[in-house]
Design a protein. Structure first.
Length: 334
């Protein structure tokens, strides 16, 4: 797996421009890093999913090749698109490989979707595919709302966040309820691999993508992708927001590998959540006196969720098989 930015860039030369997307979006970086994850194994076919602002329709020809389609480059301000004339489905990929006499019975599938399509609209079908143990990688590009249709709340929207359907006023201060924990839902299906990641920590994301492809059966990646428009942040702050999400324990980086939970980056001295909130207009009302009660509730929920994660890590540690050449411990940051 490439470990330096120059090595990663060399793996992206096959990518070409797509349609336009908003400036500062975090989502285009995810499929690019995903495509450069290494070759363990290399995907012969990549399928598409996602809303219009996260339209990552991917097909990659490697050893076998699907020459009618190529993985398109997601470089800001562009969006990913398919060069071919139809949306790629698993059946279409298999048909294309068979016509070339190069189908060996294995097609690696990845689906990219937003949090609305994952936690709400598509949860039933995703749950069914996981329960049936289909062999695929599912990547949730979580920007924490229905950003493309007008910033409506989804069940992955954090407590207290402003959206167009969880407004801020004298009677309420953003979304009233906790967000749905997609990692726990995925892990409850007994799938071989689930991980939470962020493009702000690209090596961690690429490592988890490689593990997801190596798994036999369904694998799930939950990736935080800041939407600077819906989050009311500056267009250049997507990576900084990803860093702050980790450093405040808002978005811990961890994995559940064959039932074993492990933090992949541990924060020794977490920053106050206010540092994360003050960079986003959707949370700034919580920093005013009238938002104090909601802020206190959010902090209590955040602490409870993180302590639960630590308990899960400790409880499953005895099940872990030591990795060859390493001690399996998380990277620690200040």
């Amino acid at each position: 797996m490439p470990t330096q930015p120059a090595e990663v860039s060399l793996r992206l030369r096959d990518l070409t421009g797509g349609a336009r997307a908003p400036f500062g979006q975090g989502s285009p970086h995810v499929p690019r890093l995903h495509a450069a994850h290494g070759r363990a194994p290399d995907p012969d076919g990549l399928a598409r999913s996602g809303g219009r602002c996260q339209r990552h329709r991917l097909s990659r020809g490697v050893e076998h090749g699907v020459s009618a389609h190529r993985l398109e480059r997601a470089v800001n301000p562009y969006r990913v698109r398919l060069r071919g004339g139809h949306r790629l489905r698993r059946g279409g990929a298999v048909t294309a490989l068979r016509r070339r006499g190069r189908f060996d019975g294995k097609v690696n599938i990845v689906a990219f979707a937003g949090d609305g399509g994952t936690a709400d609209i598509g949860l039933q079908s995703l749950s069914g595919a996981m329960e049936l143990y289909h062999d695929f990688v599912y990547v949730c590009l979580d920007n924490e709302a229905y950003m493309n249709t007008g910033y409506q709340r989804s069940s992955a929207t954090p407590m207290g966040a402003w959206t167009s359907t969880s407004p801020v006023g004298s009677e309420r201060h953003g979304k009233r309820h906790r967000r749905k924990d997609l990692m726990e839902i995925a892990a409850a299906h007994g799938i071989p691999y689930a991980a939470q990641a962020s493009p702000s920590h690209w090596k961690d994301l690429m490592t988890k993508a490689r593990k997801a492809y190596a798994a036999t059966g369904p694998a799930f990646l939950n990736v935080l992708v800041p939407c600077v428009t819906g989050w009311k942040a500056e267009s250049q702050e997507a990576v900084d927001l990803g860093n702050l999400a980790l450093e405040t324990n808002f978005w811990p980086l961890y994995e559940i590998d064959d039932g074993v939970c492990r933090l992949t980056r541990r924060i020794r001295e977490p920053k106050p959540i206010e540092d994360y909130f003050k960079r986003q207009g959707r949370f700034r009302h919580l920093l005013r006196p009238e938002g104090a009660a909601m802020l206190a509730a959010f902090k209590a929920s955040l602490q409870q969720r993180y302590e639960r994660l630590l308990m899960l890590e400790q409880a499953t540690a005895a099940l872990a098989v030591p990795a060859a050449g390493g001690n399996g411990t998380a990277e620690t940051a200040g």
